[in-house]
Design a protein around this ligand. Sequence first.
Ligand code: GLN
Length: 231
Amino acid sequence: MLNLYADRGNVQTLLRRCEWRGLHAHVTPVRRHDEVRLRDYHLVLIGGGSDREQALVAEALRRRRREWKAAVEDGLPVLAVCGGYQLLGEYYQLPDGTKVPGLELLDLVTTAGRPRLIGNIAIESPEVGTVVGFENHGGRTVHRHAPLGTVLRGHGNNGRDGYEGVRYRNVVGTYIHGPLLPKNPRLADFLLSLAAAYAGVAVDFPPLDDELEWAAHRAFLTRHAGVRGPR
Ligand code: GLN
């Protein structure tokens, strides 16, 4: 239900980057009413969705809120995009004022506003350098954690404070779709290394031939985001 603007590509990217290095990864697609035992997993991906889908998923996920909270505090790596990112917080307030309660994993709230914040986005992250992609959200998010990065071009969390996304323990939340990971190989490998560390396995992540990935990344930076940078 949460797979907007090709968020599924993030899963494919992670799988391929494992495969190219001879590492085995197993993916379990999760449906709304599936019982998920978080301790069986080393990385969780949540994509974006419409307000309606988001509210339905929120209701289902909240039943296991305590387990989520414990897992995140324990260091479970999570990548949450847009609607999924909003779900990590206390609530998402719909345009009519109704609050859709979130998982309350982060000190974060989102309020729908106008206009929608749409377009190409580029940010600078202290951990993984530039990150590029596409955003389309009505929600304005504010939180008390570190951001994923600062906005070079685009809107980010709320179009006001210049921050984009969130970093908390091993959680990465962001508004960036596109999908996010194919054009941002450093972020993809960052997530894989978090997952390996969380799984307790010593894995080497030798560099891959990312010429095409970086060409896409650089083209995006210069052509769409109007930003010139090393990467
Ligand atoms: N429904 C949310 C919003 O508009 C999330 C949208 C999305 O996931 N792209 O803010």
